[in-house]
Write a protein that binds this ligand. Sequence first.
Ligand SMILES: Nc1ncnc2c1ncn2[C@@H]1O[C@H](COP(=O)(O)OP(=O)(O)OP(=O)(O)O)[C@@H](O)[C@H]1O
Ligand SMILES: [Mg+2]
Length: 518
Amino acid sequence: MRDMKEAWTSLASLLGTLAFCQTLLQTVLPPELRFATLRFLKRALGFSSSYCYFEITEADGVNTNELYYAVRLYLSSFLSASCSRLSLSRAPNCSSTTFALSNNDCITDVFDGISVQWVHAVTQSQSQPSSRGEKRFFTLRFRKCDRDHILDSYLDYIMDKANDIRRKNRVRLLYTNSHGGWKPVPFKHPSTFDTLAMDPERKRDIMDDLRDFVAGKAFYQRTGRAWKRGYLLYGPPGTGKSSMIAAMANFLIYDIYDLELTKVCSNSELRELLMKTSSKSIIVIEDIDCSADLPNRSKAPPHPARRSCSNPGAPDAPSGGKDRNNNTITLSGLLNFTDGLWSCSGSERIFVFTTNHIDKLDPALLRSGRMDMHIYLSYCSYPALKILLQNYLGSEAEDLGQAAASELREVVKKAKMTPADISEVLIKNRRNKEKAVSELLEALKARAERNEKCGGLRDEREMNGEEEMGKRSKRRGLWRAPKMGETVTPFLARKWRMLKRSRQNERENLNLKGSERS
Ligand SMILES: Nc1ncnc2c1ncn2[C@@H]1O[C@H](COP(=O)(O)OP(=O)(O)OP(=O)(O)O)[C@@H](O)[C@H]1O
Ligand SMILES: [Mg+2]
């Protein structure tokens, strides 16, 4: 207690002495001499100090200082854990709150073993009335011997980190093409690699591949390759191709450009669309086998239904991929889109094509180097089923009882049901685990039995990705209607209803246009 008292007394006398010296300086010395003396004292103290100081102000003249905002964001990433007094803010189009240092608070950071100190200050500014009369700045303090390393690497590191944080915080977008441009909507698909039902080993391979891609800037530069990667996802409907694209985007924190080829009129429009995409994005073409009739590079005249967008009466583009009038899309145009010189106009981009029928794709699309990874998404296996049980019932397969678990393991192999179909059964009964498992077993057994009866024929059809009802016609989105009395899986039935509705809408639109014209 007495020590405390003494400390306070010493502090009070020190402050008193300082105040006396300041008054003396102000009264004895004329203003010019006073400033010169202060400058001299500051410099003398600076020379004797082993530290150097850098000020990073909010505005650099009339321009805002990017480094100031980068530092603020960077510090906010670890501030919340170490400070008790912080200022909070949330920018427009931002999905999270940003912490910032309060006035005159300081924080220590360590970079490559070097300790640096940051202080944030807000002072009244006479010279900059435009910035609300305040001058905000960070002061960075570190040892003079570390000057080169900090100025060369630390500040670049902060800029990179801040960009990453900005990307993570902002609302991501899903773009679709319309009228030659991209229209964005917020992308909020909840699918992740955790929720994706597939073999864990293959899942790990894909995640590793994506990680390598993101970290591969130097590799792609060194080997002279464009920094992009292509994935071809194929397999029957309802096996998780679209879900995997969403999981990839969520994993990498990328935007998605969902390219609807049927809305693109020409190769040049395709190229323009590509140039309008940003880096760190996934460009998706779903159902590549049926999203457009692409004239083959070597032969195959284009489909008669596919005419020029700009001139519906014009003849089709000549075969051989030579798009003389440049008013249709050809396979060459698509290949240039993914592989040509234009495809490198941005960097860090992923192309994903999906198909139900890999056998219908032109070999040019499949050749090695074009699509770097071919990923087959198949019917639900036991490891995949375990993930679905965890997703929908919140329990491990083993928790459902040894008998049920081993029965599920046996029957799921023979049933060849898609994750989409299994999900439907589980969602329906998610409040009652026992019922969910017994219904699932029933459905799997019924399917396995039917498969056995159908034998080889069904196997063959399934290899081509054909389901009872879901046999697609050549054009995207056209499904064969179920025959009377035909069993239809809930997933396919829903898809059929959706397509029927969209076709009806299309017909109504056409009728409307026709009546307007007449
Ligand atoms: N592998 C999977 N893991 C988790 N859920 C899945 C999986 N596959 C399908 N599903 C579920 O089924 C639904 C449909 O799946 P999705 O749209 O990804 O299938 P798809 O393979 O893209 O089908 P299509 O070929 O018809 O486009 C999803 O909303 C998801 O809930
Ligand atoms: Mg899909």
